[in-house]
Design a protein around this ligand. Sequence first.
Ligand SMILES: Nc1nc2c(ncn2[C@@H]2O[C@H](COP(=O)(O)OP(=O)(O)OP(=O)(O)O)[C@@H](O)[C@H]2O)c(=O)[nH]1
Ligand SMILES: [Mg+2]
Ligand SMILES: [Zn+2]
Ligand SMILES: [Zn+2]
Length: 478
Amino acid sequence: MANSNIQPAIKSYFFGKGYRDLGNTIKDSWFMNWDSAGNYWKKTVKFWNEGGLYMLGAVATAFAALSVVVFGTAWFLILSAIHIVILAIFFSLIYISFSFLWLIERIYMFFRGIFVVCPFCHEKYDLPYYLCPNCKIVHTRLIPSSYGILKRTCQCGHELPTAFFNGRNKFEARCPIPRCSRTIETQETKPICIPVIGGPSVGKTCVLFAATHDLIETTAPKYSWKIRFLNQQNEDIYERVLQNFNQGVVPAKTVELTPVAFNFFVGSSRWSPEKIVYLYDSAGESFQNSDDLVSHKFYGYLHGFLFIIDPFSIPELLYEYESNLKLYGTQIKPSDLMLEDCFDTMLINLEKNHKIRRDQQINKPCAFVINKIDAFDLKYRIGESAAKSLMIKDPKIKSMEEAVNRLCEELFMEWELGNFLRKLKHKFKTYRFFTCSALGHLPDNTKQPFQPYRVTEPLMWLLGQADKDMRVKKIETV
Ligand SMILES: Nc1nc2c(ncn2[C@@H]2O[C@H](COP(=O)(O)OP(=O)(O)OP(=O)(O)O)[C@@H](O)[C@H]2O)c(=O)[nH]1
Ligand SMILES: [Mg+2]
Ligand SMILES: [Zn+2]
Ligand SMILES: [Zn+2]
């Protein structure tokens, strides 16, 4: 139950000291009663022993002792009962108030999709540990409770708010998982968790940073969104990659098989609270074996999949561009994990570790993003110009996104990926194909800045699918 944990704080009077006071009052008045009756009795014995007229006094004091016992006890019982009733009323009122407040808070958080996930160990929980800002002691359950409804007093005397809406989440927090215990700065905000999936060298890291950059610099200002990084560390990583991007230098290969989330807050409207985006970018090698995905616990609570496809990991295309790749292969770095193998590993992981049955459809959106379309003539085959031609041919296609999606589906059939297409259609209720170039041109040592092409679209689509506040009408930039 909500109030069962012992906390380093002072209990509300009606849950702690109130009982001790009640016990002491009952004990004191009971003994006073008996003392008084005992005194009368002693006098009775004394008068009786003295004999004669004193014996009349003895009768009077005996009556006095008896009435103290009878009326005193009755009076004592009545007063004690009144005391207990008053205490019980206050106890119940407070109990009901904090349970009600706690329940309201949980219901609000549930409907708002708010929960806390650790960017490091990826465990999900409803409340982190909070530290008292004064003495740094850990409050494991800083919630409305017998320690206080809206506020509690820490054992050091410092007052702490106990509810989500009165400032609790401004305090320093820690992951409650004992093995992790890292500082959590994500606050109690709705998370939007999106793993970036794909084999080694498909361009996951390039897409992640190019999309974030485009989101911050172009898309967010267009829709008046406010974006801020979770912390300096995230901002530093971003700045470093961006500096390299501006000099035409590609990011280093990702080595972590279990990623730390890359986080930023998004305020998409003045009327709705900020959300926190979690992007997970691991080494592509983790998709070679589903055992390496066990630690990717975010597959249990994610909001969407960002599946990056290297066109050169499609056998048909690899064959088609073989001679060109001999010349430019080192710059394009074709992924050596076949597209279907990567997809299968992801599905096996969902089946083995996240209870998704083999025949079950996944109701989270998946963006399939064909990257590296700056290479050779791919831009003309699956980029904007090809999509525009398709729109002219088929006026029923209303948007560029729809056209690109159709184009990719048609080409997948041509590229002998019909089986893969059937599998993904069967598995995902909501999916869409995108084409992009995270770099905009071959990384050719010319120091020319990279110019990402249509790289934010998949991220924006996923964000819009995950939260209706982030659904924007039109994001075309043509
Ligand atoms: N031409 C071209 N090459 C790209 C593009 N994106 C990535 N590459 C190439 O692919 C290489 C790998 O890109 P990364 O983003 O590091 O790939 P990754 O999927 O993160 O790879 P791992 O970290 O090994 O899993 C880059 O160094 C580039 O050579 C692109 O848009 N166009
Ligand atoms: Mg990488
Ligand atoms: Zn953790
Ligand atoms: Zn304290």
